[in-house]
Ligand binder design. Structure first.
Ligand SMILES: NC(=O)c1ccc[n+]([C@@H]2O[C@H](COP(=O)([O-])OP(=O)(O)OC[C@H]3O[C@@H](n4cnc5c(N)ncnc54)[C@H](O)[C@@H]3O)[C@@H](O)[C@H]2O)c1
Length: 440
């Protein structure tokens, strides 16, 4: 399961040889650890256009500024934030180039570039063109920047509402998130402040399919952030579910999520309510459509989509999911780009995107609950270890970071969306794919 190529290119002879042969040079990504909770170095703030954004309102510790010379500083910046919210026409895009052209080279390994944009103004096609241009710019820079560095775009109207998102993108927790466009909404006065060490303290989180793989990592990360976790999995996985729950001080709940009364049974098991619902359980039953029996089709649709719809409806309607709650569903890049042999799986995961987009505004208005999705790319799990070597190797490298992600990368993204401070993030589908070449 280990990525031996990544280990090899980390050695001096490996680096020499692979460079000579023109092969990919994946960087060892800097991920979060208790010893290294932040990336080391300045966070430089640059501006393009006439901005009205007040980043001083946030606790983001932006130590740099446009005036600070980039050469001669002791440390390379860990991050560059480009405030391009004031870019309203094509002429102002020249300022994007002027700001980042000299800065880009100096960004540290595994560093971050975060472009801040404004929502597109439907009444002003010049503004819309210039702001949409930032998207193409961000995705292109992400593909060329290399050395474990990521580039993302946040469209925002209010810096305070975007704070939890910016913290996440500037931190080592977002190591495998690149080339993404995330929109944040309005500031909610009742929202929690961003940044506390254990933001989920006092909250209950349920993770379906939590006995192994990505779900196990999600349960671990939510527990690290203070949540009381409930690990849900099928009765056959009871032993693993208990092992995970015991390790995290949580509880196991064994039931098949496709049971028609799964939502009611979860509600009955959680009389005190639920704050975070992570729909992670998922299966694949791959076959080309010509060879796919109806049973393979329906089992994937049932686990990956129908049960997500049923349990979501039941837990919202019963009030089990409390005000301030968070739903995080699991899509996949196969649902965005499509994948041969996965018409059933691709349909189910695209369905998740539809669910999230349609339900998000209503769930927030009626229940105070946000609804978002993570869309993993190639993640190193038992599922991907079973892929034949050649296809596996191609899947691993076909992204801007030229490596697979780890379950913890999906878990960290889920934890950011589950954070009480992320109330302004709603209806988003965030890919955790190292900017895969597949999909939007
Ligand atoms: N591994 C990847 O590269 C990848 C990529 C994209 C999306 N995903 C998605 O991420 C999620 C987790 O993937 P994984 O690789 O950890 O898978 P996995 O197979 O390792 O784990 C899935 C878990 O879900 C449980 N589960 C399956 N059916 C269930 C049911 N009916 N009721 C309750 N639990 C059930 C399984 O028992 C298992 O513990 C899935 O939704 C998957 O589609 C994974």
């Amino acid at each position: 399961m280990a990525d031996r190529y990544l280990t090899f290119t980390g050695t001096a002879p490996g680096r020499f040889l692979t460079r000579r042969l023109g092969l990919p040079q994946p960087a060892a990504l800097k991920r979060w650890s208790p010893e290294r909770p932040e990336l080391q170095g300045d966070r430089l703030l640059l501006t393009a256009g006439k901005s009205h954004l007040d980043l001083a309102d946030t606790g983001l510790a932006l130590t740099g500024s446009a005036e600070k010379p980039l050469t001669g500083t002791a440390e390379k910046p860990a991050a560059v934030l480009l405030d391009a919210t004031g870019v309203r026409d094509v002429e102002a895009l020249a300022e994007v180039h002027a700001a980042l052209h000299p800065a880009v080279r100096s960004v540290a390994e595994s560093g971050r570039i975060v472009v801040l944009g404004a929502p597109l103004d439907p009444a002003d096609h010049h503004q819309a063109a210039a702001q949409q241009a930032l998207e193409g710019f961000t995705r292109s820079l992400g593909k060329e920047i290399g050395r474990g560095r990521t580039v993302n775009l946040v469209r925002l109207t209010d810096a305070r509402a975007a704070e939890s998102t910016l913290r996440f993108l500037l931190s080592p927790k977002s190591a495998y998130v690149s080339g993404q466009v995330i929109e944040t909404g309005a500031y909610d006065e009742s929202g929690a402040p961003a940044g506390p060490d254990r933001p989920l303290t006092g909250r209950t989180a349920l993770v379906t399919g939590g006995a192994r793989g990505i779900g196990e990592a999600v349960a671990g990360t939510l527990a690290r952030d203070g949540a009381r976790v409930v690990v849900l999995d099928v009765p056959q996985a009871e032993q693993d579910a208990r092992r995970v729950a015991d390790r995290l001080g949580g509880t196991a709940l064994t039931l098949d999520i496709t049971a028609p009364d799964a939502g009611e049974r979860i509600a009955a098991a959680l009389p005190d309510g639920l704050d975070v619902l992570v729909h992670n359980a998922g299966i694949t039953r791959d076959r080309r459509l010509v060879n796919m029996p109806a049973e393979r089709w329906s089992s994937v649709l049932d686990v990956n989509l129908a049960s997500v719809l049923r349990t979501t409806d039941a837990l919202l309607e019963s009030g089990t999911l409390r005000q301030g709650g968070r739903i995080v569903a699991t899509a996949s890049i196969a649902g965005l780009a499509g994948n041969a042999g996965q018409t059933n799986y691709g349909a189910s995961k695209a369905g998740i995107v539809g669910l999230v987009r349609a339900l998000a505004p209503r769930a927030l208005a009626e229940h105070g609950v946000t609804v978002n999705a993570v869309a993993p790319g190639f993640i190193e799990t038992k599922m991907t270890a079973a892929i034949p070597l050649f296809i596996r190797e191609a899947g691993r490298r076909m992204n801007s970071l030229t490596q697979g992600g780890l379950p913890v990368d999906v878990a960290e993204t889920t934890a950011w969306l589950a954070d009480p401070a992320s109330g302004a993030v709603n209806g988003q589908v965030v890919r955790v794919c190292g900017q895969s070449l597949l999909g939007a």
